[in-house]
Design a protein around this ligand. Structure first.
Ligand code: SF4
Ligand code: SF4
Length: 362
């Protein structure tokens, strides 16, 4: 452990978090420590296809322990295009060599969707299509983890009209994958998945859609503690989204609803198409015009303006008015309407969680 980058106390704490993520007792921590420090860890080859690299970014921003500790001490990452030193032909050579050296043994982590239209020409790396690289590399892996919603289900690259024919790995090349989804996925879920493999000699149990039960077995809603009041009135997709972010906070700090944002269902298939619009234009207009913490009362604002002026009244007027806020306030005054915010929920709804009787008028 002395030669490792991570100190012993942090490593033990980290192993405790892995145990909790997998739903294991803390008595399993010594076994997890042993599993993660064995030299028999399978090599990991990490491929990038059509994506924003947000999954790697989430990984690179991991703290306590940081990415260097995870990559070098916990996962045995042999090839990762984003952070390796080699580039160009040398990188291509390294990938092919790593695959040849570890054929049948390595775990392939795939980030990003695979463009398939017109034989995959819309996604090229080093003169080869992503489709061709995927077909050459992935079938040689012992297991393939589709990391992130793009690799699992196509994600944003596959959003309509999807001109590149982007697909998730399984749909693109017909290989079964373990899908750890999210946009981005939580790095701990990846580490826990591989730890489970090291502990048991097999991957964790999966749902029919290929997602591990331990991290995608129940909804966001089930574990949500409504830190700032329920966002269901703001189109929160937590009740229909299977992810563990409400209990496994990003960097042990926070997650969407805690940051006062509704869940947009980023771990679900086709969420870019099915869950739109993420934002009601009326809310955005009101957010922009009023202060950042103001959360408008949808029913009241819609009821007060839309029936007479149409749903896009604020967009139209904002484009025309030199001082949209002043204009809105003048309109509210004229119509004897007081703008409500989440701080004023208790004015009408004393049972509202986190509400106070404060009211924001002019
Ligand atoms: S904020 Fe969203 S996830 Fe949390 S309880 Fe409300 S609907 Fe469910
Ligand atoms: S709360 Fe919803 S949108 Fe946010 S990370 Fe979790 S699944 Fe994705």
């Amino acid at each position: 452990m002395k030669q490792r980058l991570i100190d012993r106390r942090s490593f033990l704490k980290y192993c405790g978090t892995i145990a909790a993520t997998l739903g294991l007792s803390s008595t399993m921590v010594p076994r997890i420590v042993k599993a993660l420090t064995t030299d028999a860890r399978p090599p990991v080859i990490w491929l990038h296809f059509a994506e924003c690299t947000g999954c790697s970014e989430a990984f690179l921003r991991a703290t306590d322990p940081g990415v260097a500790d995870i990559l070098l001490d916990v996962l045995n990452v042999t090839y990762h295009e984003t952070i390796q030193v080699a580039c160009g032909q040398k990188a291509e050579y390294n990938r092919d060599q790593a695959v040849a050296d570890h054929a049948g043994e390595f775990i392939c982590i795939v980030e990003g969707a695979i463009p398939t239209a017109d034989n995959g020409i819309y996604g090229m790396i080093g003169g080869r299509t992503m489709l061709d690289i995927a077909r050459a590399v992935i079938p040689q892996a012992r297991h393939t983890i589709a990391l992130g919603t793009c690799a699992a289900y196509g994600g944003l690259p596959a959003a309509q009209p999807n001109p590149t024919g982007a697909k998730g790995v399984k749909d693109a090349i017909g290989v079964d994958t373990i899908n750890i989804t999210g946009c981005p996925p939580h790095p701990m879920n990846l580490v826990a998945c591989i730890t489970s493999y090291l502990l048991n000699g097999r991957m964790p149990s999966l749902r029919p859609d290929g997602r591990p039960e331990f991290c995608h077995g129940s909804t966001v809603h089930a574990a949500c503690t409504v830190p700032h009041g329920c966002m269901q009135g703001y189109n929160c997709k937590g009740p229909r989204t299977y992810n563990n972010c409400a209990s496994l906070h990003y960097n042990q700090e926070s997650w969407c609803v805690q940051a006062e944002h509704q869940c947009i269902g980023c771990s679900e298939p086709n969420f870019w198409d099915l869950n739109q619009p993420f934002y009601n234009p009326m809310w955005m207009s009101m957010f922009a015009t009023y202060r950042a913490t103001a959360t408008p009362h949808e029913e009241q604002t819609t009821a007060s303006c839309t029936p007479c002026h149409g749903g896009d009244i604020f967009e139209k007027e904002e484009a025309r008015q030199s001082n949209p806020r002043k204009f809105q306030l003048a309109m509210h005054r004229e119509h004897e309407i007081s703008l409500m915010t989440n701080r004023s929920c208790a004015s009408c709804h004393p049972e509202a969680p986190g509400a106070t009787n404060e009211r924001i008028d002019d």
